[in-house]
Design a protein around this ligand. Structure first.
Ligand SMILES: [Fe+2]
Ligand SMILES: [Fe+2]
Length: 140
């Protein structure tokens, strides 16, 4: 099993509307990881997927609003990453509804990889752009 996501400075964007949500998702993934180690991870899957659905809607919505309002030039690419994740989460939700077994450790690995990569590349690029605008007095 892959290690937990550890919150460190490579994940910090400096914007609380992003960082607070990222910390929340990492905590969720880490909780399932911990449960998996004691053989109880699979029981947590339906709740995790519910929370992920909610997270995608609200968190991605906040970032996409910031991208629109700031006329972020890489918005289309960033939004595509969000859309792909939402498709994946919708598939997982369907799988759970149909009674398919979803492995907690596979889901933890997938989310760990996705979250780390997405924050480090796409979210931090957006954060830098917003900071640059803020520094010239244009804010978000
Ligand atoms: Fe994002
Ligand atoms: Fe994000």
């Amino acid at each position: 099993m892959k290690p937990l996501i550890k919150w460190d400075e490579t994940l910090v964007t400096g914007w609380s509307f992003m960082d607070d949500d990222h910390v929340r998702l990492i905590e969720m993934v880490n909780a399932v990881h911990a449960a998996s180690r004691s053989g109880k991870g699979d029981e947590m899957i339906p709740r995790l997927i519910d929370e992920l659905t909610d997270y995608c809607r609200t968190h991605f919505g906040k970032e996409e609003t910031a991208m629109r309002q700031s006329r972020y030039p890489l918005a289309a690419d960033h939004k595509m990453q969000h859309d792909l994740m939402m498709v994946r989460v919708a598939e997982l939700e369907k799988g759970v509804a149909e009674g398919n077994a979803i492995s907690a450790s596979d889901l933890v690995s997938f989310l760990t990889d996705w979250q780390s990569d997405h924050i480090r590349r796409h979210d931090r690029d957006l954060a830098r752009y917003l900071a640059k605008r803020a520094s010239v007095g244009r804010g978000i």
